[in-house]
Design a protein around this ligand. Sequence first.
Ligand SMILES: [Zn+2]
Length: 522
Amino acid sequence: MVAKEPSANQTPAPRADAVPKDAAAVVLVRGEGEGSEVYWARRGERMAFLGGFYAFPGGQRDAADGETPVDSCDDAELAAMISCAARELFEETGVLAARGADSLTRGQIDSLLDDLSSERMTFAVLLAHYGLRLDARDFTFVGRWVTPPFSPRRFDTLFFLVRCPRKQEPRVRTVEFDEGGWTNARAAYGLWLRSEILVAPPVLHAIKTLADGAADAPDDLVRRFLSVPQARRERVRRIEFTPGFTCFPVRTPTKPPATHTNAYVIGHEDFVVVDPGSPYEDEQAALAEYVDELIAGGRALREIVLTHHHPDHVAGVEPLRAHLGGGVRVAAHRLTADALADSVRVDRFIEEGDRVELAGEPSLRLRAMHTPGHTRGHLSFYEERTQTLVVGDNIVGLGSVLIEPPEGSVRDYLASLGRYRQLLPDVRVLFGGHGAAMANPRAKIEEYIAHRLEREANILKAVREGASTPREIVGRVYTDVSVKLHAMAERAVLAHLEKLEEDALVSRAGEGRYAATGAATS
Ligand SMILES: [Zn+2]
């Protein structure tokens, strides 16, 4: 994505980040010591928020959560969040963590769940009806995490450790999850270390904490859960979605709904910084501090790598280089270097098929792919061992990608998406220029291709039905896009018309006007 180019001395003020919504999640455990297990589930491939990620049961607070009485708790807010946690756990897994529930039959629990999900009764009414009580002592607070502002869907989530009540067995009860099950925390952490799964930072922290010693005294376990400042609402800045790939979102004047651009720090010993894009000094300083820390720890910055030339991806390059004493090389595609001739010095060209070898334990090898479409010089990077694909702005974790002439080309873009598709099934994760990592590469890539082809078909149909200018076409086709974004949509339509013209399906019919060609004309 790219915002309107800021003039040299006037960087636009950052837009407000999305306000986090209250939510609660449950770290459901069973068993003791080494043999203890935690329940997790994989979010559906097609979920817009963290699709394909492993997660704990949980969700957003609803208005009625404050109505449920909670014993042993004199804080009304905490009580509402415990009620939210219990309700979400029940709705999503069928586990009812209420006192008295062990006297219910499976059939009664099922009918209770049915009454709740059909909204015949609120959770509070149901509990009262069956004489059940929530008790705060069954919900151990183990952290409060806030989704970083790089996502337009943000949650301020309270995590509670809950022992699975005897005789109850969790089972996926929601379309949000594809599958779920008990896992030993050490095994779960092992899956993450081998880059086989993706989890959000609080879930990673939880499985790590449990893996490090679930046998500890309960107080000790809670202390370790709360030992990181992010578990006490401090901002999560470094998101290690998969080992060796740390996402460091920085605030940028980018295109809505994004407010941030992802910089990536990739590598274990040798590392590269990809797309340091913030023009804001505080954000540049935060990234520089992280890089300093890595270097102080004995790691070596190989170079700064650019996916493409848009200002929201490169505005922090020269400041970072200057901060590091000027000696760091910048590498990009030749066409990106050309586009940046006046603002960023590119020292090394990266071409299709080039490899960036990063020594370390384990080593990483990024294979460059020239993937034009969003811009002519756009690069992507594929890492074979971790099956990771860095896709820059060709696919993003939120919003959609703008393809506009003259840099953007729908034909090239579809070809680049087609190359990503060819890499499947050897891709586990996509790292985009904005938003969270994507643990559902197949669904994402197919969705992007389908979306583009559908737009093209609709634009062609609009022209065949008589719409002749980009404005008229936008009016008919972009009915899902707010009027504020219509100017941007018109440029996207132009990119499509360019391809349709090359395909000889439309032709120019005078100044800024287009007409359908061939037999299909109505
Ligand atoms: Zn861009």
